[in-house]
Design a protein around this ligand. Structure first.
Ligand SMILES: [Zn+2]
Length: 165
């Protein structure tokens, strides 16, 4: 999935166990793979890679890649702001929220490391990601793939606030 649903679910999971930040981090990390099992539309990362070697190339070589990276950075900032508005009440919840978001985003950062270095343990995590991931590649279903992520995000938030009450 894209960054926002991962951030929301990671932050929610970590905030459910606010006194166990390590556990919250691990749960948030695992939540990434659980979310990716649900069919969704993901970023097409091919423009970041060399076609032959499938390793990351400089984004300055293609304007499409640079634009996409800017979009992803904006999404990340938006996700951070959204999560802070939803989950943060004080310093502690700010730290927990951040821990949850980092945990939830880590598997995608591992993908970047895999495509950069092709070394363990990132080969392992990439295989896991590829095996579990359920990206809808057909462009016909792009809106369905996005709607699912909006729905899941709202659903998780509703459940979160019911449990938290
Ligand atoms: Zn993923």
């Amino acid at each position: 999935m894209i960054l926002t649903p991962h951030a929301i679910v990671g932050a929610a999971v970590a905030n459910l166990v606010p006194n166990e930040p390590v556990l919250g981090f691990v749960f948030a990390f695992l939540s990434h793979y659980v979310l990716d099992m649900i069919p969704h539309k993901d970023y097409d990362i091919n423009s970041f890679m060399d076609k032959k070697t499938r390793t990351v190339v400089s984004i300055f070589k293609s304007s499409a890649a640079a634009l996409k990276l800017i979009f992803i950075i904006f999404e990340a900032i938006g996700a951070l702001i959204l999560c802070f508005l939803i989950f943060v009440r004080d310093e502690k919840s700010a730290a927990i929220t951040l821990i949850g978001i980092i945990g939830a985003w880590l598997p995608d950062f591992f993908q970047l490391l895999y495509y950069s270095f092709k070394k363990q343990p990132f080969i392992f995590f990439q295989r896991l990601h590829d095996k579990i991931g359920h990206d809808i590649e057909d462009k016909k279903y792009i809106w369905l793939g996005i709607s699912i992520q909006v729905f899941i995000s709202i659903f998780v938030l509703v459940v979160y606030f019911i449990i938290k009450k």
